[in-house]
Design a binder for this molecule. Sequence first.
Ligand code: FES
Length: 123
Amino acid sequence: MTLVRFLNAAGRPEVDVPLGTSILEAAQRAHAPEGSACGGVCACSTCHVYVRAGLGLLTELEDDENDILDKAFGVEATSRLGCQARVTSDGLIEVELSRESVDTYYNEHPAERRALEASRGAR
Ligand code: FES
């Protein structure tokens, strides 16, 4: 099993996943707010993440993914599309969700956005 941790999601959620799991699937299991406007078919870039640890535990970056990443904001050397990057080895993977991805998630889940804003206002 591989532990996938979401560094900038509330509570730094983490989840153990079997080989073959995508980062997007891990985010959904961990309840981390990763956007997926195209439904995970490598067509939108809203699942853009930065892999801060364990990049070598993921599938290689393919041409299709690279083409879509070109449309994302703030791309770095460790950028991946969460729907395309799949776990290939056991270990620890640490992921930071891109701002674009988090914004997309909350736009797709307005009730969760309102709850988040209410919790921030309560502090
Ligand atoms: S969800 Fe659209 S490219 Fe990954």
